[in-house]
Design a protein around this ligand. Sequence first.
Ligand code: ZN
Ligand code: ZN
Length: 126
Amino acid sequence: MTCPKCNDTLSVVYFGTDIEVKRCNNCAGIFARREMLQRIRDEWLVESIIDVGANSRHSVSVEPGTDVICPACGAVMDPVRDDQQKHIVIDVCSSCDSVFLDPGELTDMKTVTLIDHIRKLLGKFS
Ligand SMILES: [Zn+2]
Ligand SMILES: [Zn+2]
């Protein structure tokens, strides 16, 4: 399977027994099933293992207007704004229910999620 952004090879990365994603060897973008993304969001610290591109200089930007093709099924992926954090736009394949995250996006999602959790906790005591 090849990266939809830079055409390099996607390698399988595991976390524990139930999380499996594919990560690009070059740009460190992450390709995963949508249900897997939800699992990653619920799992503590998983992004520090998986999202190694968060601090890298390798980030690949695709020209605006260029189609991102799903590496699993070949359909065009749609840029979709994240429900919970509107500044994050991820590529979603509605045909096979997969997502592609640029390096750092997973960390970004999780960071705000953590802050939200703390806010919720604090709310309980106020
Ligand atoms: Zn790539
Ligand atoms: Zn697809």
